[in-house]
Structure formats: structure tokens, C-alpha cells
Ligand binder design. Structure first.
Ligand code: FMN
Length: 456
């Protein structure tokens, strides 16, 4: 069906671990998330998502542990709250091999690895997926990660973004400027694989990073992977407006989403990137079934397996606040956080007590929950997009793979009938499918200024 209506974008929101957002549901008899260490779990999931024409699988990641709640990782371990957690990037090749169209958004904390090595890993993934790789740039919020990586603690909030700006510049130079488009000749008769005159070392001496060298990988389809960003503090938004193409936000309601979306789009426009520079995704949880009664029964069943306290422990780590120290109804002191300021802002603005957060996390996580038939949920999603001025959703998992299958079987067909969801994949790379403007970064993006031959 051809339609002029705005198409709603869907990412499945997952993580290479057992308990991701909706904590406790790993105990549900039908949940398969404990199989995350096996390839068939992931290849089967990728095929399922492609059947539902999902735009992407978005994989979160952390490189520390949640030890803020009660000052220990005990509950984290008992409930598998994002621990144990395996490397998300390792999953991509297997899933790419069994799909043709699904995109992959991989979260990676830029502070963990030298940019030179990181650039090669993501070029490799872009090659192996034929341009279906995205990177969710995060700056980290866990003191435990900083300590584990050899620092004394998490560095100051805004300085993490300053450092990330510098990191990005190294990457753009490597991805966009080290190899000319026609550097690779692959000419067997002339014995020239790559033309030395069309390849050059980058030279970067920034405030945080130095790198002098030739990018190890030859140019891939997208060169720079599709850039996701999450984190909407003031400094986070400035970073998003400069680098992000897809922005992952949290919002408790469509008006809240609209406020953040407008801010982000305005800041991107102010940065000279045009009015249509961003695709904005809201995190959401969906419980659906053939009838309203079945959906509600399913929701009640899920609630019985969820663990709100585990959701609270997760939120403690996100905000850096040990909620275990507070009585259920005591007012909470929300100071300036060095963890995720956007997460703290939501709680401060709503005046959440510990009891309130536990109620919010009834399903084990804090994302808005839509329960109902495919038609009902499709209507609600349409409202979020219209009123919230967003482009799509990162859909959390509840019982895996059931919750993804339910969305595909009950919601996707309704959205398609209403002309709000594609009936076939578009052409080209992950970037082109979402923006329709080619495989490479647009000229207005800061990374494009480092293209050969203008790069230094
Ligand atoms: C919706 C959302 C998802 C995020 N996912 C991750 C993640 O998977 N891994 C991670 O290390 N940080 C993640 N973050 C943290 C941010 O990228 C950022 O480092 C942190 O929120 C601090 O930024 P802020 O104060 O600007 O929000 C996420 C943040 C948000 C809002």
C-alpha cells in the first residue's frame, strides 16, 4: 500500500543479558531470556523481527554493575538485573547472516576503548552487515564501570560529553577522511589493491585523544555507522544536536515527549542541520493479545512475575541515588546527579517517593505500558507519534520472544491497514531506510566536514 501518512518506526529494545528493563519476568515459565548465551536465541529473534518489518534491533549495554541500591550488587545478581551481561557487538554477524533488512543499533560506551580500535570494529560490522549497523553513543553513568576500568570513579557529568566530542572527531577523521571513495581498486592485472595516493593517515591531537594513523578498514557502505544517542540532560542534548541522527528518549506521556522532541529538533536546526535531521524514538512497553480480556489477563500474569524492587534498584543505578536508604513515603533529596541527569529530572519533577517509584515499576521497569488489543494499542501509538511529535518506538521486552511476536501479530497488521507502517522494507543502508537520503552522513552533519579531501 502506498501512503502519504508518516510511517511509525519500530525498534525492538533488547540487551545481551537476562533481565533488561522489565525486571523479574525472567521467572515467567514462557520466558526464554536465559538462552541469551546461545546463537539460536538471537538468530531466531532476528528472523522474527524481520518478519514484522522492524526497522532495527536496538541493543543496550553497560560495562559496570548496578551496586548503588543498598550499596551492593546482591539484588542485581539474584534478579539478573543487567548482570551477567555479554558483549552486544558479538551478536551482530550471526543475526546479519540470517536476515537481509533488519538494522542493528549497538550501544557502546566511548570511554572504554581507544577510538582507533573502535573505528575498525564498527567498520567491520558495517561491512559484514552491508550497511545495517548503528551505534548508540553513550558516555556512561556507572561509578562501578569507571572503577573496574581503572579510574577512581566516574568523571564529572559534562566533561564526559566533552571527551566524547573529541572521540567523535577522531572517528569521523578515520571513517570519513582516511580513505578516498576510489582508494580501493582491486585491480589484479595491475597488482594494485589500494591506491597509496588515495589513502592517508589522520592526524588528531585533541584535548583528550591523540591518533595518527591510517584507518585499518577500507570504506564500508555507510562509512560512519548510523548514529544513535540517548541522554537528554542539557549537555546531552547539545551532544545529540551535534552528532545524533536517531535519538532515544524516555517520556512518561506524549506532552513530555513533545517537549523533549521540540528541544532536540530546535537544537539540531540551530546547529545548521536542517529541520528533518533527527528520528526520535520513545521507549515503550506493550502487552497485547487477540482480545482486550486476553491482553489484560496477560498483563496481570506478567505483573505476578515482575519485581518492582529490582526496577527500583535499576533506577538507583541510573540516578546514582540509593533509594534503599529512604522510607517508603519520605521525600527524596534529588541533588545534581553525576549519573544520568535526565533520569533524575523525571523523578524530581514528579516528586517521586520510593513508594511511587515502586508503583511506576509495577512491571519491573519504568517505561510507559500500553495494554489492549492490537487496534487499541495501535491507536495509542498513533497518538504518541502525533501528540509527542516523535518518529517511533523502542519496544521493550517483557516475556521473550512472546512480547515481540505479539506486537508483530496483533499490532503491525492494524498499523499497516491504517497506512501507518511499511508493508515492505525500503532500499539501501540502515541510514537510507530511515532518512531516504542515501547511505552516507548528510552534508550538513559535522562528520561530513572530515571527508576526503577536506579532512586533515
Ligand atoms: C533512554 C536511554 C537509554 C540509555 N541507554 C544506555 C545504555 O544502554 N548504556 C549506557 O551506558 N547508558 C545508557 N544511557 C545513558 C546515557 O547515554 C547517558 O550516558 C546518561 O544518561 C547521562 O546522560 P544525561 O545526563 O544526559 O541523561 C541511556 C540513557 C537514556 C535516556
Amino acid at each position: 500500500m502506498t501512503t502519504d501518512k508518516k510511517q511509525i518506526l519500530f525498534n525492538a529494545f533488547g540487551m545481551n543479558c537476562v533481565g533488561h528493563i522489565n525486571h523479574g519476568l525472567w521467572t515467567h515459565p514462557r520466558d526464554q531470556s536465559h538462552l541469551y548465551t546461545t546463537l539460536p536465541y538471537w538468530t531466531s529473534l532476528a528472523r522474527t523481527l524481520e518478519r514484522g518489518l522492524f526497522d532495527g534491533l536496538f541493543l543496550a549495554d553497560i560495562i559496570g554493575v548496578y551496586d548503588v541500591y543498598g550499596g551492593s550488587a546482591d539484588l542485581t545478581l539474584r534478579e539478573a538485573i543487567q548482570l551477567p551481561v555479554n558483549d552486544p557487538a558479538m551478536l551482530i554477524s550471526a543475526m546479519a547472516a540470517v536476515t537481509e533488512n533488519l538494522g542493528f543499533g549497538v550501544t557502546a560506551n566511548q570511554s572504554a576503548e581507544a577510538p582507533y580500535l573502535f573505528a575498525r570494529r564498527f567498520s567491520t560490522l558495517d561491512h559484514l552487515t552491508q550497511g545495517r549497523i548503528g551505534w548508540n553513543i553513550v558516555t556512561g553513568y556507572l561509578d562501578s564501570a569507571a572503577r573496574a576500568l581503572g579510574d577512581t570513579g566516574l568523571s564529572e557529568h559534562d566533561s564526559r560529553y566533552d571527551r566524547a566530542d573529541d572521540y567523535m572527531e577522531v572517528l569521523y577523521k578515520l571513517w570519513e577522511g582516511s580513505w578516498a571513495d576510489n582508494a580501493v581498486r582491486r585491480d589484479k592485472a595491475a597488482r594494485i589493491y589500494a591506491d597509496p595516493a588515495r589513502v592517508r593517515p589522520i592526524a588528531h591531537d585533541g584535548p583528550y585523544y591523540r591518533s595518527h594513523g591510517i584507518h585499518l578498514a577500507e570504506p564500508s557502505r555507510q562509512r560512519t555507522p548510523l548514529l544513535y544517542q540517548a541522554g537528554t540532560s542539557g549537555r546531552g542534548r547539545a551532544f545529540a544536536a551535534r552528532h545524533g541522527e536517531c535519538i532515544f528518549i524516555t517520556a512518561t506521556s506524549p506532552p513530555a515527549a513533545r517537549k523533549t522532541a521540540r528541544q532536540l529538533r530546535q537544537e539540531a536546526a540551530d546547529a545548521g542541520r536542517g529541520a528533518d535531521a533527527l528520528r526520535i524514538f520513545v521507549g515503550i512497553t506493550i502487552v497485547t493479545g487477540e482480545t482486550d480480556a486476553i491482553a489484560r489477563e496477560k498483563h496481570a500474569d506478567y505483573l505476578a512475575h515482575a519485581n518492582p524492587e529490582a526496577g527500583l534498584a535499576h533506577f538507583s543505578a541510573s540516578t546514582g541515588i540509593d533509594f534503599a536508604q529512604y522510607d517508603l513515603d519520605a521525600p527524596i533529596t534529588y541533588g545534581v546527579s553525576n549519573a544520568s541527569q535526565s533520569a533524575v529530572e523525571v523523578a524530581r519533577a514528579a516528586g517521586w517517593t520510593r513508594r511511587r517509584i515502586l508503583e511506576e515499576a509495577a512491571l519491573g521497569g519504568r517505561y510507559p505500558v500500553l495494554v489492549g488489543t492490537g487496534a487499541e494499542v495501535a491507536t495509542a501509538l498513533g497518538q504518541w507519534v502525533e501528540e509527542g511529535e516523535i518518529d517511533g518506538f523502542n519496544i521493550t521486552r517483557t516475556v521473550v520472544p512472546e512480547s515481540y511476536e505479539d506486537v508483530i501479530d496483533h499490532i503491525v497488521p492494524v498499523l499497516q491497514e491504517r497506512g501507518l507502517y511499511k508493508t515492505a522494507y525500503g532500499e539501501g543502508s540502515f541510514r537510507n531506510r530511515l532518512f531516504g537520503r542515501g547511505d552516507r552522513l548528510p552534508d550538513t552533519h559535522v562528520g561530513a566536514s572530515h571527508r576526503w579531501p577536506s579532512a586533515t
